[in-house]
Design a protein around this ligand. Structure first.
Ligand code: MN
Ligand code: MN
Length: 457
């Protein structure tokens, strides 16, 4: 089946061009002005922007955490992703302590295979250290899982410093790359203990026990460790201007550091935690917490300057009922928010249409850079001959409103309720198949597990 997308503007990280796109089967056959090709179907894309399918490098579907399980599994989460223009997700496989990495990988395949309607892969969480895991890190890279995750916080997840150092050395040896959740564990525990002793049990204590400095400290700590190992790392969900300064300092020393932030750190701020009603504040509990307007501005500037490479969602959704588990204790509120469905329209509206970033920046942070960072470039992340025909057709003139009532995310609230978008997604193609039309996910979409190679960013 050949489809000709005619008359649109093709966006890449380097520029925009008026060009037609010929799709043949699962891949792109040609891109050029006034393509005169025979096609089974011609789609008029006049006035539309054509982006390479967005890649979300940070989701948590079907995850058991905080004595519950995320509201979205791979079926609901991936449908929401597709609807929002995300044609590939990289979720986090988290083996239980004592399990092998292969046990974790098998479990995540069981969760995703046959259920995930967009393309997918997994990062592998390393939260334990022994000879077997060290060996398996090399095997994972060979099996197309070249990216890993480590934590400096959460006793169940964090690796002690010595083990984290060995793990980073091993990454360097086998060409693996690690994303790290950076928050200072010890001081946050102390602040939580103090807040509880003072009877301050409401959600307002969440940001107060996790101040900016404690993200920056952990980023600095990890980057100094990476400097000694001499290996690049990814700082995931970076949220503060102070942490950005630590990244800048490391780069000035000559280190390679990749940075991810999330839409909620760009669009929402910590004033939401002062809402008088518990649930209104609990909706927004995530870690790191939402920050100040000044932090938002610093992050937007860093996106525009190229200091932040990618925007992922950290989609980790819970219903309001689940959030109520922390009614009398803010530390028992499951942390995380839905977001996989709205990343593209939010970046376009608050970024491109607001003049904070360019179309090229948007393409880089949502498509091109994650494809390179996560080792699937140029199969993904670009509209070019030979690449997978993952294409988002964006209509900049059809404004919309984000509401929970309208979403596919399996939750009963939306953090951006009532938000007016500039433009909306008209169509999404997944490897050549029409996956979304006018907001409706089409029947018969089927995601493929994507084997990944080394980082090329
Ligand atoms: Mn995290
Ligand atoms: Mn996460």
């Amino acid at each position: 089946m050949k489809i000709l997308l005619k008359g649109g503007t093709v966006v890449s990280g380097q520029g925009t061009a008026a060009a037609d796109v010929l799709v043949d089967g699962e891949t792109i056959a040609a891109v050029g002005a006034d393509l005169d090709a025979a096609a089974d179907k011609v789609v008029d894309c006049t006035g539309k922007l054509l982006f390479p399918g967005f890649i979300d490098g940070h989701t948590h579907f079907d995850l058991e955490v905080a004595n519950t399980i995320t509201a979205d599994d791979f079926a609901t989460g991936s449908r929401a992703a597709l609807r929002g223009g995300t044609t590939m997700v990289v979720d986090f496989s988290a083996p239980d302590k004592g399990d092998t990495l292969h046990d974790g990988l098998r479990r995540w395949h069981e969760k995703a295979d046959g259920k995930c309607v967009c393309d997918y892969s997994f990062h592998m969480t390393v939260d334990d250290w022994n000879e077997g895991i060290s060996r398996e890190i090399g095997e994972m890279v060979e099996e197309g899982i070249p990216t890993f995750k480590m934590y400096t916080i959460y006793p169940a997840m964090m690796l002690p410093e010595k083990e984290m150092f060995f793990a980073l050395q091993r990454m360097k040896e086998v060409g693996g790359l690690t994303g790290i959740h950076c928050e200072n564990c010890g001081v946050i525990s102390a602040l939580i203990e103090e807040a509880k002793a003072a009877g301050k049990m409401s959600p307002a204590s969440h940001p107060r026990t996790r101040p900016n400095q404690l993200e920056a400290e952990a980023v600095s700590h990890v980057l100094r460790m990476a400097e000694v190992v001499d290996t690049p790392v990814i700082i995931v969900h970076l949220s503060t201007k102070e942490a950005l300064d630590e990244v800048r300092a490391a780069r000035a020393r000559g280190q390679t550091v990749y940075v991810e932030t999330c839409p909620h750190y760009l669009l929402l701020d910590d004033s939401v935690y002062d809402a008088p009603e518990f649930i209104e504040a609990a909706k927004y509990i995530c870690s790191p917490p939402l920050r100040t307007v000044a932090d938002q501005e610093a992050l937007w500037l860093a996106l525009a300057s190229g200091e932040i490479q990618t925007v992922a969602t950290d989609h980790c959704s819970f219903t309001l009922e689940q959030k109520r588990m922390g009614q009398s204790d803010f530390t028992k509120i499951p942390g995380g928010m839905p977001g996989v469905e709205s990343r593209g329209v939010l970046l376009y509206t608050a970024g491109v249409a607001a003049g904070r970033i360019t179309l090229e920046d948007m393409c880089r942070v949502l498509s091109e850079n994650p494809a390179k960072l996560y080792g699937c470039w140029p199969r993904k992340g670009v509209i070019a001959p030979g690449s997978d025909a993952d294409i988002v057709v964006y209509d900049p003139d059809k404004d919309s409103v984000i509401t929970a009532a309208d979403q596919l995310q399996n939750v009963d609230y939306n953090p951006y309720e009532g938000y007016q978008t500039k433009g909306s997604i008209a169509q999404v193609y997944l490897r050549g198949q029409l996956a979304v039309e006018n907001g409706a996910v089409q029947e018969g979409c089927s995601g493929a597990f994507i084997r990944r190679g080394p980082c090329t960013l």
